[in-house]
Ligand binder design. Structure first.
Ligand code: TRP
Length: 442
């Protein structure tokens, strides 16, 4: 099985994805809720998997700096699927993340033939305005364009040196006919994800990339390339304790000494060098000191002029099914509520949604409806029923047949309409100054 980030298919078997690609189950929802940050997406299993989220949790627990970076291709109307990303961003902002959002205009140009001018219009009009109206805190967030940020493009070709065509073929299924613009798009995305750790953008620190699971190939590539930039690596060793290993062959004694000094200052005073093994042994470090030791070393590398990129962490969310039962798409209005829809349009879309209803009302009263197959149930779970008791009531009435699909959709439609009305007020209240303060020109 291969995940194709540009295909329009859906991934339904999340457990299989997890097992086959080594994605870990995401279980941080309750701990995040215990911190007073409420997010249905994080606590209800919509965000179902992660790589390296422990690094982020540690930074949150200790109040240390960490960053969030994610990106969207400006494809058209902003819909409920896009809102999911923003809801997560907002929760993480509350948890202390500094936020950087990429407008993937190079990717849209390369893979969809969209002009940069059009991408910019859509990004500002549709995306940035909606981000702000959905509660993005402009004080600790910035939006940039791939095509304008030199650091991102420079990184794309610099890290390009560390990956060959065979690997790109294996990850993405690229072939001889793949055009080079498309072939470069993943490297630009690697540049997006890694550049926030350059000194100018905040230096080495944990970075979280919340995305849909179709983006996992990019994350695997990025994490490998981040590791490839490193001078040092840290591993648990059999005898207990941690081992720090030097990658390059030159100046091994000097590098070991520098690591030893930096770690000693950070509280890991007890260490033994083994120059022949290019290693430094920390006998008293605990297994969960790995991330701290790694951060000390990444900062050391960065201060010495190397990249020192920590491997970024990622979380993966399930996709929302389109209202019609197939994929949600900004170019197919009938598949999703757009955040700019007027009342009548939105109501009509929800009332026309595909549900888990039975063939006849009689049958449904007898058997109950199929909540797990219902797009409207998804809307409640993801967006429309933030309160647990309320969600439980919707579920109960559905599966017992006590409430039929018509009335249930009616409630959902009312909620969508109320949300859109408030959202429009918030969007109209955004002034040009706030907008301009978030959008960076390089
Ligand atoms: N490839 C993503 C998409 O298809 C957009 C994107 C570009 C992105 N750069 C990113 C996502 C960096 C996460 C991180 O929508």
């Amino acid at each position: 099985m291969r995940i194709d980030p540009w295909a329009s298919r859906q991934y339904a078997d999340y457990a299989r994805l997890r097992d086959e690609f080594g994605i870990e189950p995401f279980d941080a929802g309750p701990r995040i809720a215990a911190r007073g940050v409420r997010s249905p997406l994080l606590s209800r299993g919509v965000v179902f998997g992660h790589r390296g989220f422990d690094r982020i949790e540690r930074a949150i627990e200790r109040g240390q700096p960490w960053a969030l970076l994610t990106g969207l291709m400006p494809s058209g109307n902003f819909h409920l699927g896009h809102k999911m990303v923003m809801d997560q961003v907002r929760a993480y902002q509350e948890l202390g993340a500094d936020v950087t959002l990429a407008v993937a205009d190079i990717e849209a140009y390369a893979t969809r033939g969209m002009s940069l001018e059009r991408a910019r219009e859509i990004a500002i009009d549709q995306y940035v305005r909606n981000y702000l109206a959905l509660g993005l805190d402009p004080e600790r967030a910035q939006v940039y364009f791939q095509s304008r940020r030199a650091a991102v493009k420079d990184l794309a070709w610099k890290v390009g040196r560390k990956v060959n065509w065979t690997t790109m073929q294996a990850i993405y299924g690229f072939e001889g006919e793949t055009n080079m613009g498309h072939a470069l798009a993943p490297l630009v995305q690697v540049g997006d994800i890694l550049h926030v750790q350059l000194p100018r953008y905040g230096g080495p620190r944990p970075v979280l990339v919340p995305v849909g699971v179709d983006q996992d190939p990019h994350l695997r590539l990025t994490r490998d390339l981040a590791d490839a930039t490193r001078v040092y690596s840290v591993k648990l060793v059999k005898e207990g304790g941690l081992g720090v290993f030097v990658g390059p062959d030159d100046d091994v004694p000097g590098r070991l000494k520098a690591a030893r000094q930096a770690l000693s200052k950070a509280g890991f005073a007890d260490s033994k060098e083994n120059v022949a093994y290019k290693a430094l042994y920390l006998p008293h470090a605990a297994p969960d000191d790995v991330t701290d030791v790694d951060l000390v070393l990444a900062k050391l590398e960065s201060a010495a002029g190397a990249f020192g990129f920590l491997a970024p962490s990622a979380t993966y969310h399930r996709f929302m099914t389109g209202l019609t039962g197939d994929k949600m798409s900004s170019s197919r209005p009938e598949t999703s509520v757009f955040l700019t829809d007027d009342e009548a349009t939105a109501r009509k879309k929800v009332m026309g949604a595909k549900t888990g209803g039975r063939a006849t009302a009689e049958e449904q009263r007898r058997l109950g409806a199929e909540w797990d197959k219902c797009v409207v149930a998804e809307m409640y779970t993801y967006h429309l029923a933030p309160d647990e008791a309320d969600l439980a009531e919707k579920h109960e009435k559905c599966v017992t047949g006590a409430r039929l699909c018509g009335p249930c959709k009616g409630i959902a439609a009312d909620r969508v309409v109320a949300f859109l009305k408030e959202h429009k007020e918030r969007r109209d209240a955004i002034d040009d100054k706030t907008l301009a303060s978030v959008v960076r020109e390089d």
